[in-house]
Design a protein. Structure first.
Length: 196
């Protein structure tokens, strides 16, 4: 018994150090094993409201949302081929209310237009709302507003990098699309980001 007491007195610091090291390793093991276990869908690109979600715009990520995980779409549910009900930004987790099985605006027309590189904002992005103006070819006719708050669906980044004319796709009702096409035939279109 005296030998055990002497051993404990001489090696108390070593025993405490080894015990602390073992407890630290145990705590680290518990923390590493509590990693997120739920797979959720996350947007990796800007997805405009009403557009069809493609495989390159989303990915599955691991997350631990505990009680809120029921509000988000898990890996067992598919979002590819569904339609976004709101503008989704890169990094947004996709909630149940963020998708619809059909188009949210079935009357929307996705209209491609050609816009000069100098006639659109340099930082224009998919999902932005723009006002469209026409600058007529005839000098006697004044510029005019063609459409308000039209959503940008796509921007051809290759043509944007080259300069000149940029291919831009906008979502508009059939009536507004007809007005834009008429205005494009009469002059140069200018896109201005909607401030609201």
């Amino acid at each position: 018994m005296d030998d055990l007491q002497k051993f404990m007195q001489r090696n108390l610091r070593r025993i405490l150090a080894v015990g602390g090291l073992i407890l630290s390793l145990l705590a680290l093991s518990i923390l590493l094993n509590s990693s997120p276990t739920t797979s959720l869908w996350m947007a990796t690109a800007t997805i405009p409201s009403g557009s069809k979600i493609t495989a390159r715009e989303v990915q599955l990520v691991k997350a631990n949302l505990t009680l809120d995980s029921g509000h988000y779409l898990g890996g067992s549910e598919t979002v590819i081929g569904q339609y976004a009900t709101r503008l989704l930004h890169p990094g947004d987790l996709i909630a149940v209310i963020d998708i619809n099985h059909g188009m949210t605006n079935p009357t929307a027309t996705y209209l491609p237009i050609g816009v000069s590189i100098v006639d659109l904002p340099a930082d224009l992005a998919v999902g932005d709302l723009v006002d469209i103006y026409v600058i007529p070819k005839e000098q006697a006719v004044l510029p005019a507003v063609v459409a308000h708050r039209v959503a940008i669906q796509n921007i051809d980044q290759k043509s944007r990098a080259l300069g000149g004319s940029v291919a831009v796709s906008v979502a508009a009702s059939n009536t507004v699309a007809a007005i834009i096409v008429t205005a494009e035939s009469q002059g140069r279109l200018v896109l201005a980001r909607d401030p609201i």
